[in-house]
Structures are given as structure tokens and as C-alpha cells.
Write a protein that binds this ligand. Structure first.
Ligand code: C5P
Length: 243
């Protein structure tokens, strides 16, 4: 393999310089972390599965007109993506109480929410990704009011589509996290979907049994992490060649 310039290394992915200006290569690692990287493991094959699942989801979203950074998958672990100016926010959308929402409000996991809820968190490991309000986002210039509106509208569209897509294969989309980036055209910035969408960034429960098929299996030491991710891929009709 030729040496490439590493642009950024995160906990689960690496970004390399792309072949053309305005492109990057996103490499999916097997490294898995939780609780601000205090819990770590290497789960063999996870990067391969998440590369495929994220490709599939980004492609399906692209087909309904949601613009994403995904261009094409290059190989088992890499995809070609558009370079964006990442907005330093994690946008979480929830349909069912779980995780930090259950903890914060003392709500039992599995309780349906009266409507989908969108939350914003600041992407900052040192600060443990604190939840932020729109007031903070605009005051500190992380995003404009228009960009917040655009992110919320896009998140609801993604939620509607993915809820249906997973529902069709017997999976409940409990919640998920997405990230957005800016593409500049002259002096105008457009917001597009970036990062990844995979069982690392979603809560996915079997619709019949509520069995967890996502990263909570790792966070909570439930075992069978890779088997569950593979099951998600299998139900979506991808990765037929994988065990
Ligand atoms: O932990 P919490 O309940 O806030 O997570 C909500 C959703 O966002 C979950 O699907 C989780 O996997 C995802 N998430 C993520 N990356 C983070 C925090 C949460 O993908 N840094």
C-alpha cells in the first residue's frame, strides 16, 4: 500500500488525504471504545461490517435526496468521501427512552417517547461531549440558527427513513447519533451528512424480543457484539459473503 497523508485519527476511524482535492478516504478500524474511551477493545471485523452498513445507509439516504459525504466504497475498510468542514456537534435523535436520556430523566429503557426528540452535544472528548442548547450553539458560533434548522429538518428526515428501513426488517430504531459538515460554494455553505451511521452510532433492538443489536452489547458486556452487527447487516440484505 502506498503511504498516504493521515489527516485525522479518531477512536474508530482514520481520515487520509483523498485522490482528488476536496476528497478524503475514511478508514474503519476494529477499535471500539465506550465511556470516553475508558473501555477499549479490538473487535475483529467490526470495521469491515461498519464500512458496509454505513455505505448502505448513506446510499439509501442519498437515493431519497439527503446529501451525504459518501462517494463510494473503495475496499473492505475504506470509503471515498467528500471533505467537509465538520460542525463540532453530535446530533442525537431518540424515539424510545434509553441510555443517557433514561439516566437523566429516570425513565425506564424501552418507554416510547411522545414524539421524536433531537438533542445537540458538543464534540469534545476532554469535556465528555456535554449537551448544549441552541443558545450555546449560536452564541459560540458552532452553527448558525439557519444551520440548526437545517440539521433538525435533515435529522427528522433521516429518522423517518431509517425507522421505516429498519422496521421493515424487524428492527426498532431506538436512537442514533449523526454528524454534519459544511461544503462551501463561493461564500455559501451547505450542510451535508458526514461521519458514519452504523450499529456503533445507533441503538437497534430486535422488534420482537427487544434484544440489543448495537454497541450497547459492548458497553454492557452482553457479548456477541460482532454477531449482532452481522445480524443487522444480514437483515438489511448486505454482506451475504460474511459468516
Ligand atoms: O449515550 P446516549 O444515550 O446519549 O446515546 C444516544 C445515541 O447516540 C446512541 O445510539 C449512541 O450509540 C449514540 N452516540 C454515539 N456517539 C457518542 C454518543 C452517543 O454514537 N459519542
Amino acid at each position: 500500500m502506498t503511504r498516504r497523508k493521515k489527516i485525522y485519527e479518531g477512536k474508530a476511524k482514520i481520515l487520509y488525504e483523498g485522490p482528488e482535492p476536496g476528497t478524503l478516504i475514511q478508514y474503519f478500524k476494529d477499535d471500539t471504545t465506550a465511556f470516553d474511551a475508558t473501555k477499549k477493545a479490538v473487535l475483529e471485523g467490526k470495521g469491515v461490517i461498519n464500512n458496509r452498513i454505513s455505505e448502505y445507509i448513506m446510499t439509501r439516504l442519498g437515493s431519497i435526496g439527503v446529501q451525504t459525504h459518501f462517494i463510494k466504497r473503495l475496499n473492505l475498510r475504506e470509503q471515498l468521501i467528500r471533505e467537509v468542514e465538520i460542525i463540532p456537534l453530535e446530533v442525537v435523535c431518540r424515539n424510545v427512552a434509553a441510555g443517557s436520556l433514561s439516566t437523566r430523566f429516570g425513565m425506564p429503557e424501552g418507554q416510547a417517547l411522545p414524539r421524536s426528540i433531537i438533542e445537540f452535544y458538543l464534540k469534545d472528548d476532554k469535556l465528555h461531549d456535554p449537551m448544549v442548547a441552541e443558545e450555546h450553539i449560536t452564541a459560540f458560533n458552532w452553527a448558525s440558527t439557519q444551520e440548526i434548522d437545517d440539521m433538525m429538518a435533515l435529522t427528522l428526515r433521516v429518522n423517518d427513513f431509517l425507522t421505516g428501513m429498519f422496521g421493515a426488517v424487524g428492527i426498532t430504531l431506538v436512537d442514533f447519533k449523526i454528524e454534519f459538515g459544511r461544503i462551501w460554494e463561493n461564500d455559501f455553505a451547505r450542510i451535508i451528512l458526514a461521519d458514519e451511521i452504523s450499529p456503533d452510532s445507533c441503538r437497534l433492538w430486535d422488534a420482537q424480543t427487544n434484544e440489543k443489536l448495537d454497541k450497547d452489547r459492548f458497553r454492557r458486556d452482553l457479548g456477541n457484539v460482532i454477531e449482532s452487527y452481522t445480524e443487522v447487516a444480514r437483515r438489511l440484505g448486505i454482506m451475504k459473503e460474511m459468516p
